[in-house]
Design a protein around this ligand. Structure first.
Ligand SMILES: Cc1cc2nc3c(=O)[nH]c(=O)nc-3n(C[C@H](O)[C@H](O)[C@H](O)COP(=O)(O)O)c2cc1C
Length: 473
């Protein structure tokens, strides 16, 4: 069997909608691995349509989908030719449940399809999709949509995606797939199944789909070993992400200690044994703080195939981060360092989350305090068993009284931010809640300063090709 020769650079999957199809396509066309984010992609899809689908890209992709009936229903319900009136809130989708309806599920299916189809259009480069294991409910539908569009690689972190390889095998044959839904109060061996049956969607395509390669995103050797031994299907590589990477980080192992700024401290226990990892025989990419001139060389010296880079790509022209946020951060970088804090509380998941210090965003303590708590997207909710034995959902960032009423601990709500609304706003889709518009939250890796060598003249942007040239120079 011929061994796949993989490119050395993976452009990190950055949700929500920072790794859009435009970014993944540019990276993929440049010969590296472009990755779209599938997180919240159903909401991104319906918000793009409500904004009038500028350029007609979404409708172009939808026209190529194998589900014309779903597309008609979607457009009828959400497409607004003239976009929204000023101040008009987005119509939002119902929150996910374990057995969401076919109608609700269809938006995730179509969202995954559209993003990958556009990223892959008119070239032959590699395109991956990134999903968070924790956001379990939409994932099978997003994956099947992405596979119908020919996705080459699936990358998943933030959890242990043990059942995903088998699900990919099934979906490639258009067979039903299922993964467990973790529920607090129910032993994992008895937790309910999240199911997806391709037959429910009457796809016109019947021949087998390409089974994408699967790269779990891991933070250490034990998870690599567990995936190697216990996954229910094949794994084709690993991304090994360290605690300096943007977005969510794995919590430190062992007792928790914090620095003077309240950031979690990582110790030798969190270091990866590269030698042992290399001996497992999988290709792997190192992620976190390697977006520099020497990063690729350093990684390859550790035996890696290459690097996964997020932060440098997040601020380039093709990324989906709102232009005003890119400009704000790049302009501040021109005059000095920009703070990035590893916030142990910000994410309702309890995982540390990196927050960039940007005025008029949720990094600002007074702006955070002024926000009225609401949970109307709900991707990061946790499932729990209520006293009547029913599976319900709660989020540590929702209104405190609601969370506590559902059995959550008051302490767990302290400092929690609504990442769903904050990240949606950062990607240019802020919800309007009563009178106030949701403020963005910006995340990046610790090595944000590494962008400096790429900085173009004031108020202009560098592009994805510049990042690749820099990393491979
Ligand atoms: C804006 C941003 C959002 C991110 N979102 C995700 C995500 O949704 N899923 C994920 O697996 N990793 C996410 N990451 C991590 C990247 O995929 C990548 O591993 C990381 O950025 C690499 O480290 P670097 O930021 O130092 O380049 C995000 C990173 C950034 C900068």
């Amino acid at each position: 069997m011929t061994k796949t020769v993989w490119p050395p650079i993976i452009q990190g999957g950055m949700g929500v909608a920072v790794s859009t199809w435009t970014l993944a396509r540019a990276v993929s066309q440049a010969g590296q691995i472009g990755v779209v984010s599938g997180t919240g992609i159903d909401t991104v899809l319906v918000r793009r349509l409500q904004d009038g689908d500028p350029g007609g890209h979404v409708r172009r992709a939808l026209a190529a989908s194998p589900w014309p009936d779903l597309v008609n229903a979607l457009l009828k319900r959400f497409y607004r030719d003239q976009g929204r009136h000023s101040g008009q809130p987005y119509t939002r989708l119902p929150l996910w449940t374990i057995d969401s309806s076919r109608w609700r599920t269809s938006f995730a299916l179509l969202g995954g399809f559209v993003e990958v189809w556009l990223a892959k259009a008119e070239h032959r480069g590699l395109v991956g999709i990134n999903l968070l294991t924790k956001v379990a409910l939409p994932n099978l539908a997003v994956l099947y949509g992405a596979m119908q569009a020919g996705v080459d690689i699936v990358l998943m972190g933030a959890g242990i995606p043990r059942e995903i390889p088998g699900a990919l095998d099934n979906l490639a044959r258009h067979e039903p797939a299922r993964i467990r839904c973790d529920v607090i109060g129910i032993p994992s061996s008895e937790s309910p199944w999240i199911q997806f049956n391709p037959d429910d969607f009457d796809s016109s395509s019947t021949s087998s789909l390409k089974r994408p390669a699967f790269f779990p995103i891991i933070s250490g050797n034990s998870l690599a070993t567990m995936m190697d031994k216990k996954a229910n299907g094949s794994i084709e590589g690993f991304v090994v992400e360290g605690p300096t990477a943007g977005g969510h980080n794995a919590p430190p192992r062992g007792p928790k200690h914090y620095d003077a700024l309240g950031q979690p401290l990582y110790t030798a226990r969190d270091e990866v044994d590269w030698n042992a990892l290399g001996k497992m025989g999988y290709p792997f990419w190192m992620a976190g703080g390697l977006g520099s001139r020497n990063g690729l060389k350093e990684a390859q010296e550790h035996g890696a195939t290459g690097i996964q880079v997020g932060t440098l790509f997040a601020y380039c022209q093709e990324s989906g981060l709102s232009p005003h946020l890119k400009t704000a951060v790049l302009n501040r970088l021109r005059t000095g360092p920009v703070g990035v804090r590893t916030d142990p509380l910000a994410s309702p998941t309890g995982f540390p989350f990196k927050v960039v210090d940007v005025p008029n965003t949720l990094s600002d303590a007074s702006a955070y305090a002024a926000r009225t708590r609401i949970c109307d997207l709900g991707y990061l909710r946790e499932a729990f068993r209520d006293p009547n034995g029913q599976v319900k959902f709660r989020c540590a960032s929702e209104p405190v009284s609601h969370y506590v009423k559902k059995g959550g601990q008051l302490d767990d709500t302290l400092g929690r931010k609504c990442l769903c609304n904050g990240l949606m706003a950062a990607a240019g889709f802020p919800q309007i809640q009563r009178a106030e518009e949701e403020l963005p939250i910006v995340t990046s890796g610790d090595a944000l300063d590494e962008i400096r060598p790429l900085l173009p003249p004031a108020d202009s942007l560098y592009c994805a090709q510049d990042v690749i040239n820099y990393l491979t120079s």
